[in-house]
Design a protein around this ligand. Structure first.
Ligand code: HEC
Length: 127
């Protein structure tokens, strides 16, 4: 019997790591937040800089801060994306198109928010 319990627990754990169920999918956020419109579907740039091979992406807090604050051209996403979504899209740009800069967690984004003095989004929990 204990084996069945363990098997059920493992099945639950693997299910909860499927992207889109437990955590947002970075590729989906890259599309829905329209990052691709400025940075290219393949991270090759356009209005915004090329992200493929961009060594600034090695600095995870810079990536999170840029997404939270935006720039004169790039919109700020601090109110529109949850920390989990920012972490997912930051991870996506850091680990695709040949980039190997590793993942960013929601806790990292929360820490960056604190550093920047930005509150949690009011929309947290919705969407
Ligand atoms: C309207 C166009 C636009 C959209 C939409 C946009 N960006 Fe940007 N992004 C820019 C521009 C322009 C810069 C360069 C800003 C600067 O250097 O001052 C930039 C900079 C960045 C940088 C820093 C790159 C570097 O080397 O300086 C990252 C990372 C980034 N964007 C990610 C994203 C992500 C992720 C999204 C979607 C959540 C997104 N951007 C949406 C235009 C855009």
């Amino acid at each position: 019997m204990p084996h069945r319990v363990i098997a059920a627990a493992l099945a639950f754990l693997s299910l909860s790591s499927v992207p889109g169920l437990a955590s947002p999918d970075g590729a989906a956020v890259y599309t829905s937040a329209r990052c691709f419109a400025c940075h290219g579907q393949m991270g090759d740039g356009g209005v915004g800089p090329r992200l493929a091979g961009d060594r600034m992406l090695a600095i995870s807090q810079f990536v999170a801060a840029r997404i939270l604050l935006g720039t004169s051209v790039m919109p700020a996403f601090s109110d529109n994306l949850k920390d989990e979504e920012i972490a997912a899209v930051a991870t996506y740009v850091r680990t695709n198109w040949g980039n190997q800069f590793g993942s960013v967690s929601a806790a990292d984004v929360q820490a960056t928010r604190k550093l920047l003095g930005i509150a949690e989004p009011r929309t947290a929990g919705s969407k």
